[in-house]
Design a protein around this ligand. Structure first.
Ligand code: AMP
Length: 325
């Protein structure tokens, strides 16, 4: 009955939020993953074979996954899927999945792996030739394995896992100030990213809400859940990033079978980005994505904003030069 409900038409959701990482999960990582460096040509070679950005944004609840995903979506031609947002939409719309998920989400527990895969797969299957980000999925090694098997069948393997490393105390201080715009997933923080009008979304003017699971008691449970079930995924991706997986040979109608070359093997790239604010991490993430996926297009609106910015900078520096004469 539960699975039947998942066959309903896909919901739309994008989103916004923030993440972290602690000593415990850091210990699971080899030292070379603990510092950010620019993408090397080897990294690029691995990711280019996939060409498409197929990114898992990994990190603790509240560490900035949504906020950073939203920035990527705003700047580049990328689609973001947040399982938390999808579930909140289901809950708000009182769908069958939503009714089943409500209690589990409110208690900070996890939904079954197969259910989550179906929710995600029904979306991903429409995004074959797109760049995409998964935010909040996978959250267990089981989900990671199910996702890999599904993507393998589709011939669209993951190309990048970003592990957001934000200290626990920073995350805990963010949670009580966090407000969300449910339909879009946009996230505000009263201390460092407040809405223009108190209590209302900047873009739609609709009311903001507090997530029922953003309270200290439930949040502590979600963090415990992260260490118990989600952090082992880092080891899973660390070992996946050390392997090269052959890609299938695909012939065009004009090609004789003997002309088929073996495509270079695909390699997943795993990067840890550290910082105490999403602004700090954004600079690293933007550089990583730009360097690793040179084919990724910037959105027209983002280019226009940058053009205006550099024009106004030019005017300012000309005015300053004139004043000095
Ligand atoms: P998030 O907005 O990502 O923090 O997700 C909110 C809640 O939705 C989580 O605390 C879980 O109860 C549920 N949830 C989201 N993603 C998953 C997932 N991949 N697996 C299981 N439960 C999930």
């Amino acid at each position: 009955m539960f699975l039947h409900a998942l066959r309903r038409p896909p919901l739309t959701a994008s989103r916004v939020r923030a993440i972290g990482h602690s000593a415990a999960s850091r210990r699971a990582l080899p030292f070379f993953l603990n510092t950010f460096r620019n993408a090397s040509s080897d990294d690029r070679a691995g990711a280019d074979q996939g060409k498409f950005l197929r990114l898992v944004m990994f990190g603790k609840p509240g560490a900035g996954k949504g906020t950073l995903s939203a920035r990527l979506v705003k700047k580049y031609d990328i689609v973001s899927l947040s399982t938390g947002d999808l579930l909140r939409q289901h809950i708000q719309e009182r769908t069958e999945v939503g009714r089943q998920a409500e209690e589990i989400v409110a208690q900070g527990k996890l939904l079954p792996d197969e259910v989550m895969l179906r929710i995600v797969a029904s979306k991903l299957d429409h995004l074959r030739n797109k760049h995409w980000i998964l935010d909040g999925f996978p959250r267990t090694v089981g989900q990671g394995e199910l996702l890999d098997a599904h993507l393998k069948k589709q011939g669209t393997p993951l190309s990048l896992v970003v592990n957001l490393d934000v200290p626990d105390e920073v995350i805990l201080s963010r949670i009580s100030d966090r407000w969300v715009h449910l339909p879009s997933g946009r996230v505000y923080n009263l201390s460092y990213n407040p809405p223009k009008v108190d209590g209302f979304d900047d873009e739609t003017g609709e009311p903001l809400t507090k997530r029922p699971d953003d309270n200290p008691e439930i949040f502590a449970r979600r963090l415990t859940q992260f260490y118990a079930s989600t952090s082992p995924l880092l080891e899973y991706y660390t070992s996946a990033a050390q392997k090269r997986t052959p890609l299938p040979r695909v012939a065009t109608p004009q090609q004789h079978p003997h002309q088929l070359a073996f495509p270079p093997a695909h390699r997943l790239l795993l990067k840890t980005l550290s910082g105490t604010t999403s602004d700090e991490i954004w600079v690293q993430l933007d550089a990583l994505v730009r360097d690793t996926f040179p084919a990724l297009k910037e959105n027209a609106a983002s280019l226009e904003t940058r053009r205006r910015h550099s024009l106004s900078e030019a005017v300012v520096s000309q005015t300053a030069a004139g004043a000095q004469k």
